[in-house]
Write a protein that binds this ligand. Sequence first.
Ligand SMILES: NC(=O)c1ccc[n+]([C@@H]2O[C@H](COP(=O)([O-])OP(=O)(O)OC[C@H]3O[C@@H](n4cnc5c(N)ncnc54)[C@H](O)[C@@H]3O)[C@@H](O)[C@H]2O)c1
Length: 366
Amino acid sequence: MSTRRLRVVLEGGDTYDIRVGHRLLVNLGVHVRDVCQATRAVVITDSEVGPRYLSDVKTGLRKAGFEVFELSIPAGEKSKSVAVAAELWDALALLGIGRDGVIVALGGGVVGDIAGFVAATYMRGIGFIQVPTTLLAMVDSSIGGKNGINLAGGKNLVGTFRQPTYVAADLAVLATLPAGEWENGFAEIAKSALIDGSDFTQWLVDNAGMLVAHDETVVQQAIVQSLGFKARVVAHDETEKGLRECLNYGHTFAHALEAVAGFGKISHGRAVAEGMRFAARLAIEAIGASEGFVKLQDDLLDNLGLTPIAESYPADELFERMFSDKKVRNNELRFVLATEPGEWQTIAVDPDLVKIYLILWEQARM
Ligand SMILES: NC(=O)c1ccc[n+]([C@@H]2O[C@H](COP(=O)([O-])OP(=O)(O)OC[C@H]3O[C@@H](n4cnc5c(N)ncnc54)[C@H](O)[C@@H]3O)[C@@H](O)[C@H]2O)c1
């Protein structure tokens, strides 16, 4: 299998490369050397990923002449905190890292988000490389430049926009990805396909079985297509002024569901898939979507193993949560709604209509 290369070209003219393939950890140093002047590399990883992949990354970086340091954080969402960010800033200062340094994020979205935030803020910003190790990070969070940490008041409330200078998605690391983590990636791939359009959607419909079976060629193609889609979106709207909102398809409902169920009870992927199911049904009434689109999407999600949520959660609590989402503006409930693959819009939906659909959703599960 050959390595595939993509390039993100931002509106301001900045660019960065992405590689998706094999032997990218051991060759990381050579590729990083090509894109940055740094001489010292600090690999930030977590307690699950580090023991498995840090040694290859360090070897690769040293081979290319970097002085290499490592910082490990506990695996899991809790590490996206002010306290852990402060520990990382202090550790960088103790190591004497300056503008000669580059931070390498080796891990899933958690490591990518906090390492990106630390790289963007330490000394007002030093170099940053993403080495995503979950499918979700490979198809979504490693590009686009959003980073952040959580506060007691909510997820991702503090962060910046800061693009990486290089992204290396080494498919070999997926061999150790826990089964439950795959579905988080599948949901984002489905979202990307349905928002992107009919070509990607049809490809995913045709290849869902192979993707679920972890066929490597299909996994690589799904990553490349998802990244290509996100790269096009980010190229036109780096800081979420408009177009980039489409990446939130399914997420308004998903965030409310995850919060009402209790964080960690429902995987993010299953919540996003349920959010897409909810949005498609809402779109019938709100913007005249067809039953045909609902069925196409339902079948696709089913075939990806993202089956509907069976448990019921109170409609009024979901409604309250939607209003407290940080993306609510001017007290309007905004949704990304689609009528068919590639045909979507972001609109404020009448709260009473949302309430009715939430009650229907709750009752269907009682
Ligand atoms: N910045 C963005 O644009 C963006 C987009 C989507 C999500 N996110 C963020 O991403 C985070 C979720 O990321 P995630 O789903 O990758 O979760 P994660 O980073 O918590 O990783 C999931 C688990 O898998 C382990 N793991 C990672 N790679 C592994 C591998 N190859 N083998 C074995 N274990 C491995 C991790 O240690 C962790 O325990 C959230 O905080 C979310 O807010 C950010």
